[in-house]
Every structure is written in structure tokens, then in C-alpha cells.
Design a protein around this ligand. Structure first.
Ligand SMILES: [Zn+2]
Length: 609
């Protein structure tokens, strides 16, 4: 139970929050001026501190050094009093549990920061044992360079202790580097500590400009300013859903940081649970680490394990375009004119892998931006080849037509062709959009049948349902429904012809609408009921005895499925209400949290008493 911390937004494991002191603090933040440590119980018997709304009080504690035997930790465990002011307790990864506090200080931090695998293990152990809506505080470890990665891992509160000590030792810290003060010719910063100072350690010499010398005390002040400024950048990045893009560049300045975020990439479950399924921000894929991003891995996983091709036409593989969605690019318009609904279009791309045409709007297929160098690295080739191979093992095609250029694409196709039964036919001469290539593509499809608009629209809706709701969902969800699609792509409406429409539409009652920005389905109440009655596992949020208006807050949640992710469609179900909406927290966070919005409710109806 926390009264004084609230999570307002998240980007993977990183959160934007608020430490609700009488003067609230936006987190992630430095808490140097806002913390009062009641002291260690090793050195003294201490009563329950008086506490104030103005500060975060660290309750009397017994800290254990890293590696202390668990039995010893048990023997000396502290019973934390229930206090009514903002409070933090000191824990180790072993003693981390719900102690009723607002924040938790990991006493082992100085031991594991700097060591990538220990850092990953201990942060994840702590974060998973602590209630989701409480703050995690690492003391005495933050520097301007490591702060972004600490927050990325799931840390909310930091302090400037280490940065200041390094300053007093003569180290000048920036977000990228660490310098001996003595080695600097000038100050590469204009913070209040650096502004108007000159870099000269001789205090008697005012120099030609008359500026005062920059001493170690100034250096400590600068380090703290640099850390604060870095955290402001990090908060902005989280708000924009773009912390990962930043980390991929920032972590490069220190080997252990690069190793640390790669360790987290290996820990798919921890980050996947915390990463939204849709975002409206662009995803910048700048280097090979981008291949390991959760959003990319999740898309690849769903395309190869959930999606199923429903067209009986040949597969036509084409290169992606810089323009998104692909179908709006000039090259794809040319491919389309040549194919004329006689082939199933699938785009090959790094770093996404492959994108069947029905999913070209689905996050992150139309949301990524990458530097097109025209050259594929071996990692990229292996990644895309692996996905294409799995895709072809799962989906049967009569023919595969590879309308791809030489660079990289052809190489990938040849690798995969060697492993699968269906033969590959190549149609590109020189470049995919030359007149010859387009003519080849067109004539290669001679004699193939066209699919109709209705088939295309139904298959699109079903493919999205597979992707969004799980393997087989596209068929199972609409198994007892007379499926009709109305309106124009990409704003298709899904209807059930067997039910009368409330709005008088002849095509039946509306079940869902396709959301063009994310390429997902958004359900109506009737759609939610169809989902509940179908064989497709429902993502259900069970609520208390009330009728939600606009949103369900976390305290009103009785239970929630563990596989709910931020951005998922969820059914809201309680004794007095039935509704549908979009998850704003992940499942276990909804159950754990005592504050914050759990579900944004789109439609709700009161149940008969
Ligand atoms: Zn400065």
C-alpha cells in the first residue's frame, strides 16, 4: 500500500512518477534534499521517527552487505511500523517484499552497479518482489553517464552522493565521459557551477579574464547539475516513449552500461511485461541493438507464431520502403499495379523482419524509422532469414516469388530457399522498380486468380485478430458470427450480419473498428461479448461492485489476467458492470497497485441488479 508514490507513465521498465511529498517531486529524480534517514539499528536502538509530509523518511533499518546469508537476514529482519507519512525501507534483493512502504532502498546497490549481470539480476529480483506501484531507490551510485540506464532498468529515485564525491576527488563528469579536472583546458558546460569560471587550479591567479578558478567544490556542483540535467532528458524520453532509442546511444559511452542493457534484452519476460503493445511514437532503429528491442522481438514472435496466411495466392516477397505504411510508397504502388491482387504481398525489412500486407499498419510496422544504408550486416541477414524461414514453415504457399534486389535481400532469400520445400522464383533485373523487373513480376503471375475485396478485407481483419488476440483468434473469434466488413480500409468496421444493428445498418451489429494508427481492432460491447463467448482466451479485468465512468482505477480491480499488457483490449467485468476498454497497466500491476488508472473504459453497461 502506498499513499505517497504514483506511477503516471511507463516506457518499458522505466516509469514517470510522482513522489507525493507536500512539494511533489516528479520522478525519476534526485532525492538528496527530500530524504531523512532515521538511521541504522545496528548502531542504536531507535524509536519510530516522527516523520513529515515534506520529506521521505527512511525508517530505522539494518542493512546487509551483498551476499549475506539469508538466515542471517531473517534473524535480524526489521518489523516495519505502519506510519502515515512518506517512508522508505531498506531491503536487499532477498528481503524485498511488500513492507507497506512508498519507496524501497536497495542496500546492495554500490556492490552491483558497474557489474552488468549482477545489476540485471538484483534489479529484476527486487522489482519483481516489490509492489508495482512503489518507488525503487538506489543511493550513492548515480552518475550523469549511468543514470539513463539505471532508470531504464526500473529505478525511480537516485541521489547525487556519488557524483559529488567524484567531483571532490577531481573528476569532472558528463553524460558521455569522465575527465580528470587537471586534464581539462576549458569547461565544456555552462551550468551555474561552470559559467564564468576558468579552468586554472592556481587560486592566486585570476587570469586575464578575471574569472575565478574552478575548484573541486565547483566540480562537485557541476556533477550534480549534470546529473539533474540528464534526469530531465530521461524524463522527457520516457514521456515520449523513446528512452530505448536514447539508451542505445548513451550506453555506448561505457562498456558496462552497454553490457547492462544487453543483459536486460536477454531477460525478455521482465521487459516484455512492461512494454506497451502499441505506441503512437516513432521507433528509431539506429543500430544492431535495435534487433533485440522488445517491440521488434514481439512483432517477429507474433508474425511467426500467431499470424496465419489465409490467401491461396502465391507469396510475393518485396523490399520495404522508407515511406510508411508501405502501400503509400511509390515502389509499392508499382508492385501493386503489377500484382493486381494475384499475389500475397509480404515485405522484407530490417529490423522488423517480414511484414504481411494485412499487418502493415500494426505497431511497430508503420512506426519505425531506420537509417537505410543499403548494406545489411550479417546479424540483420540472419535475423530476417530466421523469421522468413519460420514463416514459411508455418504458412503454405503454392509458389514464392522473390521480387527483391540483390543487396542483402537476395542473399536472405537464397539461404531460406535452401531450407524449405517451395521453390523461389526471382523476378528482379537490376532493381525492383525498373520496367523490366515490373514486367517480369506481372508476367510471372500470368494465369493466377485474383482475390476479391471481400476476401481481402476479411483476411485483414482476421490477421489483425490473430496478431492481437492470439493464435487462431482470427477464425475462433468470428466462428459463430456472420462476418461482414463495412467502411473503407484502413477504417474497416467489423459487423455480425446475424444481429440487428442498433444504428440500423443493414450489414448487422458492429463488433469492432480497425484503428488505423496502430493497426489493431477496437471492440464494441457486442464485440466484447462475442470475444467472451468465443474459444479465444479473454483478457479480463475483474472489478468491484461499481459502474466505471471513463476509467477503472487500480483500487477497483479485484483480479486481472497476467498476460494483459499496456495497450491491450480488455473486458471489464464486475457484479454491476460489463465493459470494454484499453489497458493502461500490465495485468499484475493492476492487481498490485493502489493508485493510478488501470483501464481506460470505452464502452460500459450497467448490469441488472
Ligand atoms: Zn557544468
Amino acid at each position: 500500500m502506498t499513499d505517497y508514490f504514483e506511477v503516471h507513465g511507463r516506457d518499458g521498465a522505466a516509469r514517470l512518477g510522482e513522489l507525493r511529498l507536500s512539494d511533489p517531486l516528479r520522478t525519476p529524480a534526485l532525492v538528496d534534499d527530500s530524504v531523512d534517514d532515521a538511521g541504522s539499528l545496528w548502531t542504536d536502538d531507535r524509536g519510530i521517527p516522527k516523520g513529515y509530509r515534506e520529506i521521505l523518511t527512511v525508517l530505522p533499518h539494518r542493512a546487509f552487505p551483498a551476499g549475506t546469508d539469508e538466515r542471517v537476514q531473517d534473524t535480524f529482519a526489521v518489523d516495519y511500523p505502519d506510519v502515515d507519512y512518506p517512508n522508505a525501507v531498506v531491503v536487499t534483493p532477498e528481503t524485498a517484499a511488500d513492507h507497506g512502504a512508498d519507496a524501497y532502498i536497495l542496500s546492495t546497490a554500490t556492490g552491483f552497479v558497474g557489474h552488468a549481470s549482477a545489476f540485471r539480476e538484483e534489479i529484476i529480483a527486487a522489482r519483481e518482489a516489490l509492489p508495482a506501484d512503489t518507488a525503487l531507490y538506489l543511493s550513492g551510485v548515480a552518475t550523469p553517464r549511468n543514470a539513463a540506464t539505471l532508470v531504464y532498468a526500473g529505478v525511480d529515485l537516485l541521489d547525487a552522493k556519488r557524483a559529488r564525491i567524484r567531483g571532490l576527488e577531481g573528476f569532472y563528469l558528463t553524460a558521455e565521459d569522465e575527465f580528470f579536472l587537471e586534464d581539462l583546458d576549458e569547461l565544456p558546460c555552462s551550468c551555474p557551477a561552470c559559467r564564468g569560471k576558468r579552468i586554472d587550479m592556481d587560486p592566486d591567479d585570476d587570469g586575464p579574464t578575471g574569472a575565478a578558478a574552478f575548484d573541486r567544490e565547483d566540480c562537485a556542483d557541476h556533477n550534480e547539475y549534470a546529473l539533474k540535467s540528464e534526469l530531465a532528458t530521461v524524463r522527457r524520453r520516457i514521456q515520449d516513449g523513446r528512452l530505448r532509442d536514447y539508451i542505445e546511444g548513451q550506453a555506448r559511452h561505457d562498456q558496462w552500461l552497454t553490457a547492462a542493457f544487453r543483459e536486460f534484452d536477454q531477460q525478455y519476460t521482465y521487459l516484455e511485461e512492461r512494454t506497451p503493445v502499441v505506441r503512437d511514437t516513432e521507433l528509431a532503429a539506429t543500430n544492431e541493438d535495435s534487433l533485440h528491442r522488445i517491440e521488434i522481438q514481439r512483432f517477429a514472435d507474433r508474425v511467426t507464431s500467431r499470424y496465419r496466411n489465409r490467401f491461396s495466392n502465391p507469396l510475393v516477397l518485396v523490399p520495404c520502403s522508407a515511406t510508411k505504411p508501405y502501400s503509400e510508397s511509390q515502389s509499392h504502388a508499382q508492385f501493386h499495379d503489377a500484382i493486381q491482387y494475384r499475389g500475397h504481398l509480404v515485405s522484407m525489412t530490417s529490423p522488423i523482419g517480414i511484414v504481411p500486407m494485412e499487418l502493415e499498419l500494426t505497431y511497430p510496422a508503420q512506426h519505425y524509422d531506420t537509417v537505410v544504408t543499403g548494406r545489411w550486416s550479417e546479424d540483420e541477414k540472419a535475423f530476417v532469414a530466421d523469421i522468413l524461414r519460420q514463416y514459411l514453415e508455418r504458412n503454405e504457399y503454392p509458389r514464392v516469388i522473390a521480387h527483391v534486389p540483390d543487396e542483402g535481400y537476395r542473399d536472405i532469400c537464397e539461404r531460406v530457399a535452401a531450407d524449405v520445400d517451395v521453390p523461389f522464383e526471382y523476378t528482379v533485373e537490376d532493381h525492383p522498380t525498373t520496367t523490366d523487373s515490373i514486367a517480369n513480376l506481372m508476367s510471372t503471375l500470368d494465369g493466377e486468380l485474383k482475390y476479391g475485396k471481400r476476401e481481402r478485407q476479411h483476411n485483414t481483419v482476421k490477421a489483425i485478430a490473430d496478431y492481437q488476440f492470439g493464435t487462431g483468434a482470427g477464425d475462433d473469434l468470428f466462428a459463430d458470427v456472420d462476418l461482414q466488413t463495412t467502411s473503407r480500409y484502413p477504417k474497416l468496421q467489423v459487423r455480425d450480419g446475424d444481429r440487428d444493428a442498433a444504428d440500423g445498418n443493414n450489414d448487422g451489429e458492429q463488433l469492432a473498428t480497425m484503428v488505423p494508427q496502430y493497426g489493431v481492432l477496437s471492440l464494441t460491447l457486442a464485440g466484447a461479448r462475442v470475444w467472451g463467448e468465443s474459444a479465444v482466451p479473454t483478457k479480463r479485468v475483474e472489478i468491484d461492485e461499481f459502474v466505471p465512468h471513463g476509467s477503472v482505477l487500480a483500487p477497483g480491480v479485484v483480479n486481472a489476467d497476467e498476460d494483459i499488457r499496456v495497450g491491450d483490449e480488455v473486458v471489464v467485468d464486475g457484479p454491476r458492470a460489463f465493459g470494454v476498454g484499453r489497458a493502461r497497466m500490465f495485468g499484475s500491476e493492476m492487481v498490485d497497485s493502489t493508485r493510478g488508472e488501470a483501464v481506460q473504459v470505452r464502452h460500459v453497461e450497467e448490469r441488472d441488479a
